[in-house]
Design a protein around this ligand. Sequence first.
Ligand code: NAD
Length: 338
Amino acid sequence: MRIAIFGTKAYDRRFLTKANVAHGHDLVFFEPRLDEATAVLADGFPAVCVFVNDLLNADVLERLAAGGTRLVALRCAGTNNVDLSAALRLGITVVRVPAYSPHAVAEFTVALMLALDRNIARAWTRVRENNFALDGLIGRNLHERTVGVIGTGRIGALVARSLRLGFGCEVLASDVARDPDLEAAGVCYVDPATLLGNVDIVTLHCPLTPETHHIVDAAAIQSARPGMMIVNTSRGGLIDTAAMIDGLKSRKLGGVALDVYEQEADLFFEDLSSEIVQDDLFQRLLTFPNVLVTGHQAFLTEEALTAIAETTLASISDAEAGRTLHNRVTPEQVRPHD
Ligand code: NAD
């Protein structure tokens, strides 16, 4: 099948081209992200392949449908950037990669938590300038601290397990469905408000839906334990960024580590080192000594990129052959939590 692949970087091209040896599709790589302005590039392509920050609202989907696109393959798990109802109405099938490597994201989450808590990024900056002073670098043990995990699906469960069984943390969890294996490991499920009021660190692993949008807002931060740290490797929209900045300024929050950011579509995945970044909230975030930000790289391992490429192309081959689409996403599948 002819596939228009949007928002591609060198690593996408490398892994997709390698996986395509087994499928023989006609891959056409485009660097720009898919949005209203670039949708025209997909004219005549029956399949379009996109990533987390491509925009597939009703207008874009209508443009794709008019150009003959019948299949959208997401190279990611989250579907918050796709108007699934519009896709259904327009006869466009949407497939995703539900689980490419939860370990990649879970391990990165714990890495961010440790790096923030133990000031590893600040220490490295100092050492590079031959400043070996330790003042200001005092951290805390993870052992016996209370960590809250919101969303205990594939990634959250791995994080909870690692914190509970590996580091000996007290782990509170919140999810619309409990995981009995985690409960057996000593993880205690509570409602989100109770969780946010009783943890030293909260880590977010639920999807972004209308229900979870700004789940960490001003009220949640106000009710938090003094010095609570936030780690977010899920989706930026889970946190009210302005409220988080207020929490950092007042020292109510003890630190923040983010791999995702609410307005990341304008920033992440690009080299903007010679540009003037216009996002004042983001620039303010970078001024705090107790904030650590990475540019949506938690998924970026050899294993995950291989799995993403193989699953995406296998779904497209299944669609072409009329086989059952195991990774199809419909509005109903996502709506229960909306
Ligand atoms: P998953 O579907 O396996 O788990 C999500 C969990 O969240 C489920 O257990 C679900 O019941 C729970 N949930 C849904 N609504 C909730 C609510 N209102 N409150 C609490 N819990 C709720 O997904 P996953 O594979 O573990 O991925 C989690 C998130 O991580 C994804 O939604 C995606 O946004 C993000 N992600 C980020 C990266 C990255 O590179 N930073 C990579 C992959 C996934």
